[in-house]
Design a protein around this ligand. Sequence first.
Ligand SMILES: [Zn+2]
Length: 409
Amino acid sequence: MLKRILCTGLLLAVVFPVWVQANYLVTLKEAPIRADSLSSSDVIDRIPGGTNLMLLDESRMYGTGYWKVKLPSGETGFVYKTHVRLKEGVMPGSTGEGAPNGGGLLEVHMINVGQGDAALIICPDGKHQLVIDSGDLNSGFRYPGSGTEFKNYIQSYLNPGDAIEVAIASHPHSDHIGNMKWLVQNYNVLSYVDNGRIYDSGTYRSLEKALTDKGTHRERVTDTVLPDVDFCTRLDVTARVLRPEGFNDPGMDDNDYSVIVRIDYGSSSFLFTGDAEHLMEQRLLDDPSTNGYLDVDWLKVGHHGSHSSSTSEFLRTVTPDIAVISSGGENVYTNKGYLHPRQQTLDSLFMLVGDRTGISTTLEGYDKPNEQWIQTVTKKAVYITNNEGDLVFLTNGSNIWRKGDKISQ
Ligand SMILES: [Zn+2]
């Protein structure tokens, strides 16, 4: 049967060469991609089921049963025959050259702002940015270097006055909006999105004044129409706010009013939960309009890894392959009281996430029952800014990996 396909292909290559070259493969299930046409060669990628792969080398199957293909990332590799089906005709979305999805990598940067949150997300075109939260002020009481870290990081990617498509403040606590005023004043933030709640703090009020003075376009999660946070012009990238029933109910903890954001690129997905705690997690699970968006590959763990977030039910629905916690260490000012992340959160995550590539790492969590910090040596794909520093994750629309690592997921 395989020989017949090969012979037919070669025959038609003579008569109708264009038709044969246009054939492609579709993956039947998650398919390991190898560096060479041997089962002993390294796995360089894993492609989800249902992905179209461009055939290379004149549609020739190697004697070992491997096809040479072009991956969505633009790289080449080899896929084994039982993982794919040969399809005749022009590959959907293919231009005949380059990656079928237009190529490029979506970048997700978690900036090491100590005891706070700050993320910079860059569209695969390299030209459009989304900022979620901005770390804390350079306050000696809270985290001395947070503002400096955030500003230096943003300045290393953007020139003053550059456009930022969307800036989102998950909620108005200072460890999230600490440097939003600076961002608004120094960059052309095209749309500013927040949770729509008025907050009583000097940091919040001076940010509000800066937004008014600058005339920044604003959208709020409490608006009738959900804020448009789709910062990237690419059709294969989407960003959306998840707003479950009861989002604006009075009386919840401030953290539970966090703006929840999901980003998708191809089959790769990311979830940002701000400081949402158990109550908001339950609302996200209960509402059918949000529940279906919770299963993602990459999770920004809620509330700096606190025990007040990340219920086992929530994590079992999200089932992240990679989990990222933004938090300070045990001696970082306010974290002396907060004690983030909690070991029980790390233990819950260890049961769900995949393995990281490369060497093991040592993660530190606070063990509340025994009232002590403990260290765990692990290869699990849980990343903590306190341990790792700035974290950059890349995705080609199929796989997510930490920058500098080989593709592992
Ligand atoms: Zn926080």
